[in-house]
Write a protein that binds this ligand. Structure first.
Ligand code: SF4
Length: 290
């Protein structure tokens, strides 16, 4: 599983990309007073509304924002994604207790005993066994890092710090919601996005959105992001993959362009039409296809 050491090792390998292609001031979130970061309108958008490309015409955004459709379906992939996010969040909260404990090994044991109870409250019956394993995997990975650092260095180090998960951030200065939810942040410098399902390029663009929002809000630079893919549901075996991404000037421009396109579409109020291919899990299928 992913520890802060794993992240640091990967970031070391991509520092040179940042060195060769640094982020100019005008593409930092704190440059929200002027274009391109300043939006044409402040509509309180969510990052996924801007970056998700599951619907190629963006009719999903039109339905939600222009026609104000709210009672869309919570399809199985959405429910699975939500359970996985909650398990990550619970595990990172519990790891903070392990960090504060004088006896981390005992605390890990106690925390593992809660796996069934926590999973029962978060996941549906079909996903319960998977959630128990995922929760235990996270606790053991992060907890063992704390035990390791204490035994090696006689105390906690920066790499034993847990992630801060499910963090609210105000993205309103750049036209986003004032209550954006960020999956996690590591060491106040790297933003984390957790995904289930297949890898898509536009997931990287979301990282740029969150980075710009954090920069606009608390004025610290966010140069790296982590995409974590959590899968393995059919076999009940958590499969976790991650990649560290440099939030480059191009990725930032991509996000800003996508944000401006969505703003124009909403302000124009024109139906963008149907997508040629609609994914099975689209929560708007009943509205578009009847
Ligand atoms: S059903 Fe198709 S057209 Fe409608 S929002 Fe979903 S993907 Fe887009």
């Amino acid at each position: 599983m992913i520890t802060i050491w794993d992240v640091i090792k990967k970031i070391r390998k991509i520092h040179w990309i940042r060195y060769k292609d640094p982020v100019p001031e005008e593409l930092r979130g704190w440059s929200h007073h002027a274009p391109p970061v300043r939006p044409r309108a402040f509509l309180g958008l969510g990052v996924s509304e801007i970056t998700n490309r599951y619907c190629e015409t963006r009719r999903d955004v039109y339905l939600r924002r222009v026609l104000r459709i709210k009672n869309f379906e919570k399809t199985p992939p959405l429910a699975t994604g939500s359970s996985v996010h909650k398990i990550f969040s619970e595990a990172s909260r519990e790891v903070r207790k392990i960090l504060l404990s004088k006896d981390p090994l005992r605390e890990i044991e106690k925390t593992l005993e809660k796996a069934e109870y926590i999973s029962k409250n978060i996941c549906g019956e079909d996903l319960k066994r998977y959630c128990v394993k995922l929760y235990k995997t996270l606790i053991l990975s992060w907890g063992s890092e704390i035990v390791r650092e204490r035994s090696l260095y006689g105390g906690d180090t920066i790499t034993s710090l847990p992630w801060i998960s499910e963090l609210r951030i105000d993205g309103s200065l750049i036209g986003l919601s004032d209550r954006l939810m960020i999956d996690a942040i590591i060491n106040l410098s790297t933003v984390v996005e957790i995904k289930t399902g297949v890898e898509r390029d536009f997931h990287k663009t979301s990282l740029a959105g969150y980075a710009l929002a954090i920069e606009s809000n608390i004025e610290i630079p966010i140069d790296y992001g982590i995409l974590i893919y959590v899968n393995g549901f059919p076999n009940n075996e958590p499969e976790i993959k991650f990649d560290v991404i440099y939030i480059s000037p191009d990725l930032r421009k991509e996000f800003i362009d996508a944000r401006d396109e969505v703003i124009d579409m909403i302000l124009g109020g024109k139906d963008p039409g149907f997508s040629k291919e609609c994914p099975d899990h689209c929560p708007f299928k009943t509205f578009c296809r009847g």
